[in-house]
Design a protein around this ligand. Structure first.
Ligand code: FES
Ligand code: FES
Length: 159
């Protein structure tokens, strides 16, 4: 049976969108397919790799397994929403400075998870960083540089 579309109001990167769509669709599918925001990546599609990570009200979620209805009347941030007019977000800059990527497919997810961590813990220990990013997978194996990048970003954001 086909699901009846519902009207959803979702703020994405500060822009309000009114979408009529089945609420059970994944947030990732709506971001990529309907809003052309392709920064969040499709990896495993079942919540295991973290490539699709975005923020809802500042908290990291796996958008491939998040029904879009959960984002109704809430604020979604994707990697595209980070770049300010005056440059990159400090976490993005730190990933560049630490060269914390190879192919880059996992990078948006790592960055969004790192931001969620730093939103609540501005001075995380290495163990806390490892814990927070434990669900983010990287086939290229850049984990040590990711840890370095998050430490760099945390220091910069604390000033
Ligand atoms: S694509 Fe969402 S967790 Fe892997
Ligand atoms: S940099 Fe290639 S998957 Fe992480």
């Amino acid at each position: 049976m086909t699901e009846t579309p519902e009207l959803l109001v979702i703020s994405v990167n500060g822009v309000e969108h009114r979408l009529r769509t089945p609420g059970s669709r994944s947030l990732l599918s709506v971001l990529r397919g309907d809003l052309a925001l392709t920064g969040a990546k499709y990896g495993c599609g079942n919540g295991e790799c973290g490539a699709c990570t975005v923020l809802i009200d500042g908290q990291a979620v796996r958008s491939c397994i998040t029904p879009v209805s959960l984002a109704h009347n809430r604020s979604v941030t994707t990697i595209e929403g980070l770049t300010a007019e005056d440059g990159l977000h400090p976490v993005q800059q730190a990933f560049l400075d630490a060269q914390a990527f190879q192919c880059g497919y996992c990078t948006p997810g790592f960055i969004m998870s790192a931001i969620a961590l730093l939103n609540t813990n501005p001075d995380p220990s290495e163990l806390e960083i490892r814990d927070a990013l434990a669900g983010q997978l990287c086939r290229c194996g850049v984990y040590p540089r990711v840890i370095e990048a998050v430490q760099l970003a945390a220091a910069k954001m604390r000033g």
